[in-house]
Structures are given as structure tokens and as C-alpha cells.
Design a protein around this ligand. Structure first.
Ligand SMILES: Nc1nc2c(ncn2[C@@H]2O[C@H](COP(=O)(O)OP(=O)(O)OP(=O)(O)O)[C@@H](O)[C@H]2O)c(=O)[nH]1
Ligand SMILES: [Mg+2]
Length: 620
């Protein structure tokens, strides 16, 4: 569990952390010199019954709010510190707003420096504070008067922290690993070390992770939690991860370590965005903002659905960021802008991997089933990559599994589609095939590969639809070609006349018929058309394709096969000269015809020549 401080500059956050933990988190020389916190500080806090809580101490100075946001992100529990002598101040309010935007709901308010004021004053400040908290995420938080100097109220504060900690929901470690990096340094002998709060999942030593935005593949060389070497760190823990395979310059605040293959950096996300009540501007597509998500901070343009976003309202929006970020559905973020920079609002990611030209999503929902349906509809026949869905929907692998089993979704290979995509592919196939038949009335069908290439959808999906259409009989495969069930090659009247002419010329030529080219010559017709007509006639059994460019009449083939049958004794091998004697063909016709006999199973060829083959010859 992680506890984060919050509150105005000099109100005593660091002093209180030291009083609670014994650790002085202001470790930089400049922090000592100026007496203020500049960077995040870390300390372990023992809470009986809870265990060790990681404390993140943040700066209160208005110039370091971005550092506060990086510290407050991933926090379970807030310790809002308000000095009793000053009361609610600008960064008290700003930090409170940031906690709300980041979804930090549990917390305790410490009215510190109580030693400087009397009880009556404390009662007045307490009223002020309660008024300021009304409507905030800490509206129900306990308010405890304390003094870091005298130690007054510290036990009561521990008690209140314990009660608040018990209300924090346990994070799911059976999920994808993610740790936004808040600090990185080098340790001699260990190498590069990155620290952060584990947001989800867990990681063990020797596991391979990815580091974004660099995209580097890194190995976990060693792990520490609260300064002790451990084998594994899980969601809600502070961790120091020693990384093999990466230079210090590639890690730093804003980087993120992730496990598994679901994460993708992206520059377009969709989100529900809200503007704070007390900002004095609107946000439209031209507003240049800073988006803080995890420990990263990037320039962003927010394009709300239907016009500009007014103070105190929320709207679905499309966000274009200047550098790729890694986010997940359900992630909270903060938007800052203006000059001087101020916190304007924030939101929740509803689609971390929005398509380039995506519109905002309309009324967003935190129902992952509805989100999946919307993404599937949007993707159409292109479908969605299964691997990235845990990130895109913000669910663990097992939840995703259950979602995919539900009706209306169709998975093929590594993608998932709406069932309407399947119908659309089927429709495209039928249309394409219909058009093909129309354009090629003599062709028996379309080659499968050609058909597949005509549909603009992933190959595996088109193949699956072709297979199922062949199974259910909506299409037929014949000799490697696919055709519509009702389709038969059709001859026009002219072609039918040509067919009659052709077959009678071939029949008249007997055992040595003319080739297609010769026929085309004498008939003065294009050879390609005659060839197509011959294919139709061959399928109907009117002609026999003995050679690719030479057809016989069935009678001639039977006659020749009969001659062979008469001449060839069972079990004997015959050379070409003997066979030529039986057939009486010239050499030009002899070899192609013998090869035809081999193919058709009349004869069988071996080193000695050819011998007759049982059954087929016997039928002659
Ligand atoms: N009398 C008194 N002084 C306190 C108490 N807590 C803090 N201080 C003093 O207040 C000053 C600021 O305290 P810090 O703890 O540095 O304040 P901070 O909120 O961490 O300040 P930033 O991190 O810069 O925002 C220091 O001089 C502290 O000694 C307290 O309970 N009583
Ligand atoms: Mg401090």
C-alpha cells in the first residue's frame, strides 16, 4: 500500500513524515539549504495490521506541482497536511483537486503545527477545512490535530491512517505488470536501477520486461522492496528494479516498465475529460495542455466531442499527445495548462489505442463488454488484435477470456471480430465471385488465392469464412477453383455454334486431331476463346483433353485404348516402337497419347517401358 502526502508549501509534510517514520526524506543539499522539498521523498511506515506502507513525500511549492502529480499517481491513501496556523492555502486546494482527479479516495487530514495555536483556533481551522473538503474525495476523511515538534496527536494520526488503510481495496496482482518509473540511478556493481510504485501485476527476478518510451527490452537483475532484496514485487508496493540491458540515460521519471505483449505506446487516446469548477477558461482543440499520466508528462491537445469543454463540466474527448505514451483503459490523468501553469482538470482513459482518425467515443462507460463491442464495430472486418485487449479494455487476461466467450464475437488466429464482420466478409466473397462469374462465364470458378486477395480483411479471417461457406454449401470448390453453387459455365449462341463446329472437326480428324492453334487458324477464331470452349466441352465429356492444346473425341480415345488393350499382354513391358505398332500413330501423337494413358491409368511406366494396368484396360 502506498501513502502520499499533499499540502501547501511549508505546512509540515516532510516534518510529519519524519515524525511518523524516522526518515528525513529531504535528502538533496538544495532541499536542506532552502528548507523546502524539491523532489519526491520515500520512507517506509509500519502500520500494525497492515504491514509496511510506502510513503511518498511530495513538494508543496507551486513550481513543483508536476512533481507532486508524479508522486500522487498510484497512491492508495492520502495524507493531506494543513498547517493549523495558516489553514487552507492555494496548493492545499490544488493538491486536493489532483487527488480527486487521480481517484485517490481514502485519506486522513493532519492539522499540523498544532503546537503553535490554541484549541479555539484549531476548532475554527477545523471548520474551514471541513468546508474546503466538502464535495472532495476526502470529504469523509478524519481530521487530526498534530504537532511534529511536540509529538502531540501522532498516535491518533496513526490510528486514523490505519482505519483509512483498511478501506483501501486490494490491488489485483493477477494482472499485467506495470510500474511507472519515478527515479533512476546507477549503483556501482549493480548498474541501472529504476524505482516506482507497482501499479498492477507482479514481477520476479530474471523476468524480461519492456521499457517505454524507449521500447528497450530489459531483464530484471535484482529487486528490492523497502531497502531489502526480494524475489518478487507486486501491485501496491514500492520497488527498486535493477535492470540489465539498459543505460541510465534511457530510464528516468516518466518511463514505464511493463510486462507481457499487450502494451503499446500511442499518440492518440480517447478519454472522459473533466474541467475543474474554479478554472476561468474553456478547453478546445486549440488549447495546448500538459497531460500527466503515471509519472510521464507530455504536451497534449484535447478535442472534446461537440465543442469546447466549460469549467465544471465533463465530456468525452480525443486526445492527441506530442510523444507516445503507454496508458490503459481506466487510467486517470491530470491536465495542466495556462501561464503560470495551473491544474485545469483531468480524466479517465477510455481507449488507450485509439485509431488514428478516431472520433471521441460518445458517452463512455466502464463496462468492458460494451467497450469491446464498440471497438469491434469500429474495427469492422479488420478486427482487433487479441494480445492488446487487456490494455485496451483495462481488464485482466481472465476477464478478457470470459468476455470473448460471449456471443457476438468471433476469433480467428490472433484477432477477434464482430460477428457482423464475418457476415460482411461472406457477402464480399459472394459479390466478388458473382462478379467473377459474370466477367468470365466460361471459367469454372475463381482460384481460392485470387478470391482471398479480393477481400480487404486479414487472410486468416477470409480463409475461415471461405472454409465455412464451402462446408455449409454456399460455395463449391471444384478442381482448385471456387464457384457459386448455381453457377455453370455458359456458352453464348455464337459460342455454342463454335462448339458444334469444333467438336465435329475434332471427331472427323479421328485419332490425329488438330491442335487448338490449328483449329483457331482454320476457323479464324481467337485461340483463347476456343480453348475456353474446349474446357467447357471437356467438363461435359464431349471432348477429352489429351494434351493441353489438343483435344480428342471420346470415340477416338476409346478406339486407341482398344488397340492398346488388344496388343498388350498382361505382365509384359513394351517399348515405344512396339506400342506405336499397336496404335498406328505418328511420333508427334504417340508420346503425348502414351503419357495420357499413364495419367489415366490405362498403362504404367517403368524403366523397361510400359505395361498394361489391370482394371481400366479390362473395361474396354
Ligand atoms: N512548530 C512546528 N513547526 C513545524 C511543525 N511541522 C513542521 N514545522 C516547521 O515548518 C517548516 C516546514 O516544514 P516542512 O516539513 O519542511 O514543510 P513541508 O510541507 O514539507 O514543505 P515543502 O515540502 O517545501 O512543501 C520547518 O521549519 C519545520 O520545522 C510542527 O508541527 N510544529
Ligand atoms: Mg517537504
Amino acid at each position: 500500500m502506498i501513502l502520499g502526502t499533499a499540502g501547501h508549501i511549508d505546512h509540515g509534510k516532510t516534518a510529519l513524515v519524519r515524525a511518523l517514520t524516522g526518515v528525513d526524506t529531504d535528502r538533496l543539499p538544495e532541499e536542506k539549504r532552502r528548507g523546502i522539498t524539491i523532489d519526491l521523498g520515500f520512507a517506509p511506515l509500519r502500520l500494525d495490521g497492515i504491514g509496511t506502507v510506502g510513503v511518498i513525500d511530495v513538494p508543496g511549492h507551486e513550481a513543483f506541482v508536476r512533481t507532486m502529480v508524479a508522486g500522487a499517481t498510484g497512491v492508495d491513501l492520502a495524507l493531506l497536511v494543513i498547517a493549523a496556523d495558516e489553514g487552507v492555502m492555494p496548493q492545499t486546494k490544488e493538491h486536493l483537486a489532483i487527488l480527486r482527479l487521480l481517484g485517490v479516495r481514502a485519506g486522513v487530514v493532519a492539522l499540523t503545527k498544532a503546537d503553535l495555536v490554541d484549541d479555539e483556533w484549531i476548532a475554527l481551522v477545523r471548520d474551514d477545512v471541513c468546508a474546503a473538503l466538502a464535495g472532495s474525495s476526502l470529504a469523509d476523511a478524519e481530521v487530526i490535530a498534530v504537532s511534529a515538534t511536540s509529538g502531540m496527536g501522532l498516535d491518533a494520526l496513526r490510528g486514523a491512517l490505519l482505519r483509512a488503510a483498511r478501506s483501501v481495496p486490494v490491488r489485483d496482482s493477477d494482472d499485467l505488470f506495470r510500474m511507472p518509473v519515478d527515479r533512476a540511478f546507477t549503483i556501482r556493481g549493480t548498474g541501472t536501477v529504476a524505482t516506482g510504485t507497482v501499479w498492477s501485476g507482479s514481477v520476479a527476478r530474471d523476468v524480461v520486461l519492456r521499457l517505454y518510451p524507449s521500447g528497450d527490452v530489459v531483464r530484471v537483475r535484482a529487486l528490492q522492496a523497502h531497502g531489502h532484496a526480494v524475489e518478487r514485487v507486486s501491485a501496491g508496493e514500492r520497488a527498486a528494479v535493477a535492470l540489465a540491458g539498459v543505460e541510465l540515460s534511457r530510464v528516468g521519471r516518466g518511463a514505464v516498465l511493463v510486462g507481457g505483449d499487450a502494451w503499446r505506446p500511442s499518440t492518440v487516446i480517447r478519454a472522459d475529460v473533466a474541467l475543474l469548477d474554479d478554472v476561468d477558461r474553456t478547453v478546445g482543440p486549440r488549447s495546448r495542455l500538459r497531460l500527466h499520466l503515471g509519472t510521464s508528462e507530455v504536451g497534449a491537445r484535447v478535442v472534446p466531442l461537440d465543442g469546447a469543454l466549460a469549467p465544471g463540466t465533463s465530456r468525452s474527448a480525443r486526445i492527441v499527445v506530442e510523444e507516445p505514451i503507454v496508458s490503459r483503459t481506466g487510467d486517470r490523468f491530470v491536465l495542466r495548462g495556462g501561464s503560470p501553469l495551473g491544474t485545469l482538470g483531468g480524466g479517465i482513459v477510455t481507449d488507450p489505442l485509439a485509431p488514428r482518425r478516431a472520433r471521441a467515443l460518445g458517452s463512455a462507460t466502464d463496462d468492458p463488454a460494451a467497450a469491446l463491442d464498440r471497438f469491434l464495430q469500429e474495427a469492422g472486418v479488420a478486427g482487433l488484435e487479441l494480445a492488446e485487449l487487456p490494455v485496451r479494455l483495462g481488464v485482466s487476461g481472465s476477464v478478457l477470456h470470459a468476455l470473448l466467450r460471449a456471443a457476438g464475437r468471433w476469433s480467428v488466429a490472433d484477432r477477434v471480430y464482430a460477428s457482423s464482420a464475418r457476415e460482411s466478409i461472406a457477402r464480399q466473397l459472394l459479390e466478388t465471385l458473382g462478379a467473377h462469374h459474370e466477367a468470365n462465364p466460361l471459367a469454372s470458378g475463381a482460384p481460392r488465392q485470387w478470391l482471398r486477395s479480393r477481400v480487404r480483411a486479414p487472410e486468416a479471417a477470409v480463409d475461415a469464412v471461405i472454409d465455412s461457406m464451402l462446408r455449409d454449401g454456399s460455395m463449391v470448390a471444384e478442381q482448385g477453383d471456387i464457384r457459386l453453387v448455381a453457377f455453370r459455365p455458359r456458352l453464348t449462341d455464337r459460342q455454342r455454334a463454335l462448339a458444334t463446329d469444333l467438336s465435329s472437326r475434332i471427331a472427323q480428324a479421328g485419332v490425329e486431331p488438330p491442335s487448338l492453334e490449328e483449329l483457331a487458324d482454320v476457323m479464324a477464331q481467337p485461340a483463347t476463346e476456343l480453348s475456353a470452349i474446349c474446357r467447357v466441352l471437356a467438363r461435359d465429356g464431349v471432348l477429352v483433353p489429351v494434351e493441353s492444346n489438343r483435344h480428342y473425341s471420346p470415340e477416338s480415345v476409346l478406339q486407341l485404348a482398344g488397340r492398346l488393350s488388344e496388343g498388350m499382354a498382361t505382365g509384359a513391358d513394351y517399348g515405344p516402337a512396339e506400342l506405336r505398332g499397336f496404335l498406328g500413330l505418328t511420333r508427334k501423337f504417340l508420346i503425348p497419347f502414351l503419357e495420357y494413358c499413364d495419367r489415366e491409368g490405362y498403362t504404367i511406366r517403368n524403366e523397361l517401358g510400359r505395361r498394361r494396368r489391370g482394371t481400366k484396360m479390362a473395361k474396354l
